[in-house]
Design a protein around this ligand. Sequence first.
Ligand code: ATP
Ligand code: MG
Length: 271
Amino acid sequence: MTRQDVIARLTDVSIGFPAMDGTVENVIDRVSLTIHSGERVGLLGASGSGKSLTALSLLGLAPPPGTFVGGTVEIQGKDVLTSSKSERGRLRGGAVGMVFQEAESALNPVMTIGAHLEEMIRRHRPKEAARWRYIAVDLLENVDLDPVRTLKSHPHRLSGGQRQRTLLALALAGDPDLIIADEPTSSLDVLTQARMLGLLDRLCRERSLALLLISHDLGVVSSLIDRVIVMLDGTIIEEATIQDFLETPIHPYSQSLVATARRTHPQVADL
Ligand SMILES: Nc1ncnc2c1ncn2[C@@H]1O[C@H](COP(=O)(O)OP(=O)(O)OP(=O)(O)O)[C@@H](O)[C@H]1O
Ligand SMILES: [Mg+2]
């Protein structure tokens, strides 16, 4: 694959929720974005600006009672919204792996991590189902978790940071080309945060993965990303390379993001 290959593309995607008066209110409105092979994109914006819904829409998902009101979603050139259920299942988790914002609720509390990994590997790599345990051990080692202990653990036995890394191992299980990580560090202490970002960086390099990294904190993610997309109130207000964005943010909200990042993260101030 060349770098210019498009892995995922949203074109004019709107997601609406039913309002009290019976109308439908668009909470993300005509959002368009493209993620190419191997690139790392930061999706920034305040709480409630529509980052998580945009990430879900990239998988062709709108959380009920939300629905797609308009637009198209393409993964590897396939129209996700009109493709068959099995094709959609293959694209979700196969081409695109997701690390959900709520690590706790993304895991089934009565299943061990081993059972989660077995299910993912059987679904996305059926030919390798018989050797799922070897693949699972390898994936857990890749995300710096103790495979023996983690495989037999239930989600509540893991720390927040271990749960995030488990989600990352699960997202990698389908051998995706793109990882979407929705606030993968927001509930972690500073050291665990740095470790998670270092891990994402290494995995992207080793596996030539593209990354959509969602955060409200530019300072935390700026060193990891090539390009920034900024959302405000359900729309994209700015898109730029990270260098251009740090040098000349255009929208007032972008300017405040950069100013905050420079104040709170000395490494950004030096750029
Ligand atoms: N189930 C729902 N019903 C109604 N509105 C919803 C629902 N889920 C999300 N929204 C609305 O959609 C908007 C975007 O939500 P989203 O979760 O994408 O924000 P976000 O940018 O990820 O925020 P955060 O940084 O807090 O995670 C918000 O205003 C939210 O209130
Ligand atoms: Mg969110």
